[in-house]
Design a protein. Structure first.
Length: 274
């Protein structure tokens, strides 16, 4: 499932493709959205925004297309009316004279007025976005200490978009490792240094993943590993998807567990319980 950094990178590509010219044609796969095809044709797209894993395409007419990729949604940007060879189902297509932005497989698509965004069950209720430049370490630290969250297990809390939006399964493992926090703990179990470390890692790793196209490992180490011939799959992460392989820091084999209903990876030495 794509996480916040992947959705923001997709949004950047979509925005570059469809904001330069008026919309020539729009296609919705869902019948209840068909009336909007005519309403949005010829309008201009102002920008493409994201909150975590949700995307909002904003039109000059003050209508907005909201989408959430969930598990299988995928955006393609192609030359106008050039469709990829895929067995996926096309759900949304936005065309201008030069480019087409195509959303496949997603089922969560809506057209919303500005006032409806204020009540939307996802867009209006998500927590601070870790990719938003306005989100600070102090704000995220306060979230971890908030009485609504501080007794919840971190393995589930870090996936809750109402707590922080943009984190997902690979970022969860990576944040816990960088902060030196065992996956079994809650914020209330952590030292002040660990809580601060969690807040810093949640922001820094998400933003690094966005700028690097998904790399969360230490970039100096990544450069060394590249020179040694390691593949991207080998050097991309600190711990995620590396069970049985040596920790980059202490050489202890990385362990894998299933917590919060999802697989998680950690170093039993670097993240030992206090």
């Amino acid at each position: 499932m794509p996480e916040g950094p992947e959705i923001r990178r997709a949004a950047d590509e979509v925005e570059r493709a469809i904001t330069r010219e008026p919309v020539q044609e729009i296609f919705f796969a869902f019948e209840h959205l068909k009336p909007y095809e005519r309403k949005l044709r010829g309008d201009r797209i102002l920008n493409v925004q994201t909150r975590g894993k949700g995307m909002l395409i904003r039109f000059a007419c003050q209508l907005n297309i909201y989408s959430h990729n969930q598990l299988y949604g995928l955006w393609y940007v192609r030359k106008a009316y050039e469709f990829p060879n895929t067995k996926r189902q096309l759900r949304l297509a936005i065309h201008n004279s030069q480019k087409s932005a195509l959303l496949y497989s997603a089922s969560d698509i809506e057209v919303l007025r500005e006032d409806e965004l204020l009540q939307h069950p996802f867009w209006s209720q998500v927590g601070p976005d870790v990719l938003d430049s306005a989100t600070t370490v102090e704000q995220v630290t306060a979230r971890f200490l908030d009485h609504r969250f501080h007794r919840r297990r971190l393995v589930s809390l870090l996936l809750d978009q109402k707590f922080l939006c943009g984190l997902g399964n690979y970022l969860r493992s990576e944040v816990l490792f960088v902060a030196g926090v065992h996956p079994s703990l809650r914020p209330v179990d952590c030292t002040p240094e660990q809580v601060s470390g969690l807040a810093k890692a949640a922001i820094a790793l998400s933003r690094q993943s966005y700028t690097t196209g998904g790399i969360t490992n230490d970039l100096n180490l990544v450069a060394q590993l590249k020179q040694q011939g390691y593949s991207r799959a080998q050097y991309r992460f600190y711990v995620f998807n590396r069970d049985g392989q040596p920790c980059w820091v202490c050489q202890t084999p990385i362990e894998k567990d299933t917590l919060g209903g999802r697989r998680i990876y950690y170093c039993p030495r670097c993240q030992g319980q206090r």
